[in-house]
Ligand binder design. Sequence first.
Ligand code: PLP
Length: 421
Amino acid sequence: MEEMPLVLPESKEKICKSLVQETPCFCYFEEDILKNLEKLKSFEAPFGLTVRYAMKTNSNLALLQLFDSNGFHIDASSVFECYRAMAANIRAEKILLTSQDSPSKEELQDLVEKGVLFNATSLFQLEEFGKCFPKHKISVRFNVGIGSGWTKATSTGGLSSSFGIYAQIDKIQSLLRKYELCLERIHIHIGSGSDPEKQKLVAGKAIELLSIFQDVKIVNLGGGFKVARMKDEKSVDISEISKGSAKLFREFHEKTGRKIHLEIEPGTASIANEGYIISKIKDIVSTGKEGFTFVKLDTGMTENARIPMYGAQHPLYHIPIGHEKENPYPYVVVGPCCESGDILSCERGNSEEIATRTLWEAEIGDLVVVGGAGSYCSSMACANYNSRPRAAEFLVRKTGELVLIRRRQKLEDIYKDDIKI
Ligand SMILES: *Cc1c(COP(=O)(O)O)cnc(C)c1O
């Protein structure tokens, strides 16, 4: 059976066409994001729920404002992200910092005094916090021996992971005693794009820890909810996961009388499929009968590093400009950078091997739209490689209005901090 090119809904195609002069650029759809947020807020939590937007997934200020005004709190992965969230006028008390990179004493002091919540991800971080803020409430990230992600690179639990405190319960307890800290929150995040069966085990692990740590009032179950970008991928059923955990926390309440408030931290599940990269075909070349036909786009690893990093699959929608949708043909789709690894149509999980995607008969000047690009694209891209300016970003408001939420970077801004000799 011949594969057919993917087609965007007409309304989206129209908006993409209106951005033909702006490529490459990102475009996000508020209405779709809001629908998604409602789904996430319905995560079943018998004694209350806080949803934290994992802002590393996409940190544009306008999007942070959107999440904030819809009741989301923030999961920040670095000191920098905390300040960025505050620059979007998000109240410090809504931000939980969970950082691999230990903050300096000065940073910790400034952030915690402002009201940012701190989640210690190592014994060192716990001790540093204790020294600065004895008798304070604290949160600890645990590595409960379960890790699961899209690829090994996004798994954050188990013996080969440095995220969180693994076992060493006695050491945690002695630090809590030494600094008279009150452990208020237990945090577990096993990875991004996790296997739902492994995710279901997290609540049980949290409950084991709750019986050890009697002061805990909040359990943060992390994010990592898998989202299907491609037709042959499967999104995790968030309501199924939450039903399982809600049951455990209800039983725990019946046994102990403790009402545990739940938190989740979706990044990908908040915005992955609500963002697109709009790009133009700049050239078409062929390596002959035995070879391939390549379309070269003005987007690639500079806007989406997930493909070269993980061999991730993103849907590609072809919008012919000035000609009809006809004669489907398998093309290799590549980016603009000077390396063969800048490819948009690689094999799944193997960015070293090229694969093809079926597009309509392609012409230079046509648009190709990359789907599933709301998460870990703008925020994680190899921007500025080949001195390519960062792409502009647009938001389609729920009213239909198209607004610019990040200007295209000026070339001079790329080298303005270089110092000539
Ligand atoms: C990255 C991260 C998340 C979000 O992961 P997604 O896969 O994008 O949902 C949540 N919590 C923590 C601590 C993270 O580091």
